[in-house]
Design a binder for this molecule. Structure first.
Ligand SMILES: C[S@@+](CC[C@H](N)C(=O)[O-])C[C@H]1O[C@@H](n2cnc3c(N)ncnc32)[C@H](O)[C@@H]1O
Length: 213
């Protein structure tokens, strides 16, 4: 599969953050102040939180559709909280099993005044949602081979996986062929976002789940 390179103009990147930029600055400041102490972010990441973490997550925002998005393994809130700030028109449920991280996510939800966020303390495989998700996001949780069985069952038929991945995404796709078939994952594509705009491009594995193929 060839990568789809989507170039994002600087003006679009600015528009992406738009009026929400102050909320994202506040979240970044909170993360810089408390993130290391709470074990949310490594000390080496502190100087590059904005460029490597916040912007890389924010650039995924245009891939979301109005509806219900589940962010699996939100940890510090990446990408869940960043996307919830960037897309106030979308509802988010952040699914994270670790108590300390759940407290952080709830504290940030309140501090940032986010009305479109619910936090669930659950493992993805144990969660029972009243409403199936329209889209699922995740970053740095596990390989596609493990992540697809955790995330695909949470989606409605025709729902979408929007999974942030590293440069070895193609190897992960090759290794996950069995899971892609089992969970009826169709139209898989790798999108490369932020070329020429971000310090580091963001790769997204996007695919549809559960529609007849
Ligand atoms: C390496 S951290 C990444 C956190 C965040 N997504 C990021 O990019 O910074 C992985 C997170 O996934 C969570 N996690 C691990 N297994 C999980 C599962 N089965 N369901 C939901 N979350 C899980 C962990 O508690 C942890 O917060």
């Amino acid at each position: 599969m060839n990568d789809t390179v989507i170039e994002v103009e600087p003006a679009i990147a600015a528009e992406l953050l738009g009026p929400q930029i102050d909320q994202l600055r506040q979240y970044t400041a909170n993360l810089c102040k408390y993130g290391e102490e709470l074990g949310l972010i490594g000390p080496l990441e502190l100087p590059r939180i904005w460029t490597r973490h916040i912007l890389n997550c924010a650039i995924v925002a245009p891939l979301l559709r109005p509806g219900l998005v589940g962010d699996i393994g939100s940890g510090a809130g990446l990408p869940g909280l960043v996307l919830a700030v960037a897309r106030p028109d979308v509802d988010f449920v952040l699914i994270e099993p670790m108590e300390r991280r759940v407290k952080w996510l709830n504290d940030q939800r309140i501090d940032l005044g986010l009305k479109n966020v619910t936090v669930l303390r659950e493992r993805a495989e144990d969660v029972r949602l009243e409403t199936p998700l329209d889209q699922v996001t995740a970053r740095a949780v596990s390989s596609l081979q493990k992540l697809i069985p955790l995330t695909a069952p949470l989606l409605r038929p025709g729902g979408q996986l929007v999974l942030m991945k590293g440069a070895s995404v193609q190897n992960e796709i090759d290794a996950a062929q069995k899971q892609l078939r089992k969970f009826r994952v169709s139209d898989p594509e790798v999108m490369v976002l932020g070329t020429g705009v971000l310090e580091e491009e963001t790769r997204v594995f996007r695919a549809t789940v559960g529609e007849s193929q």
